[in-house]
Write a protein that binds this ligand. Sequence first.
Ligand SMILES: *Cc1c(COP(=O)(O)O)cnc(C)c1O
Length: 411
Amino acid sequence: MKLPVYLDNNATTPCDPRVVEVMLPYFTEMFGNAASRSHSLGWAAEAAVDHAREQVAMLIGASPGEIIFTSGATESVNLALKGVYEMYAGKGNHIITTAIEHKAVLDTCKHLEKRGAQVTYLPVNNEGLPDLRELEAAITPQTILVAMMYANNEIGVLNPVPEIGAIAKKHNIIFMSDATQAAGKIPIDVIRDGIDLLALSAHKMYGPKGVGALYVRRKSPRVKLTAQMDGGGHEKGMRSGTLNVPGIAALGKACELCLQEMDADAKRLSVMRNRLEAALLQLEQSYVNGSTLHRLPHTTNLSFKYIEGETLLMGFNKTIALSSGSACTSASMEPSYVLKALGLGDDLAHASLRFGLGRFTTDEQIDFAIRTVTDTVNKLRAESPLWELFKDGTEMDTLSWAHQQNATGKQ
Ligand SMILES: *Cc1c(COP(=O)(O)O)cnc(C)c1O
């Protein structure tokens, strides 16, 4: 078995070789600019883009004319939020979102706040779910947009999207959903779900990095956006710039494969995920973070109390590639804001690992992960003064995280 075992598919997925095969000719023989109308190379590129637009639309129940190609979900989200904010300025300036959105949404909202937007960040309960009565109560005559993700990237929890869509529709408010984690993994239908704007990204669904799409509803209602990129008027003027033809062809193929294989992948991966989860929950003081009922089939987020996620990752000695909720990137050592929003204390938030299975995950890899995580947790706890205190019956909640960090020697 090749190491590391990759269980970080919520961060990015490998490209499916069938996707790579489709994109390759557009670098060499068919390198035309999709906007070149005067020769066959341009026509071939345009045909590839048109085909991909159909494939993307098909995946989410949209029509091809409603798909705008972008450089990824971050750009799609920026275009959606800023584009709506500017276009509907005459109607109002209030946006409703949640505390556990991806940074692409949260940071764009922060930016809009500096430009005069009023943003409501709805809390979530301990399962990671919003209260829809709170959503409805937050709506004012100034509300122009509800931005709520389809599935959370850290815990995999699914929002009640059709219900959110119905509330938005009832109040005549545009509904944007960041579906980057859900698209291609579970069935999405923008009509059924009442979604007006939807962001997705190729590299989370076995396509390449740097390409994505924004769905923009054209009927009931017709959603309008101000462009955030000015230039040659590509993508109906909503996103100028020469199209990334190889990437777009790849995104199209990735969508087609997901549509074909979604059901089988979801079944297979949920069995593996459940097996992994059940085995790791055998460990004392281990917990699942977020709803297990409303969740993506391939994700589980677990906390192993009294062990820091990053320490655990180091304990795997590079044999498993995955993420922890313990941010080492920030100087503040703040743990995952998503887990904190679920009400987890710093200790449990720091002690978390996110397992993201994918199309290429094997049973053998899951066996390896179960063994490695179990052995590492047991080993680290055996060496841990904290664990010893816990086993001796000391009331751990009286110790602050600062003490715990000192006790584990964490800087
Ligand atoms: C990965 C991710 C993004 C960002 O997508 P990029 O294509 O990398 O810009 C946005 N939202 C969610 C939920 C994600 O998981």
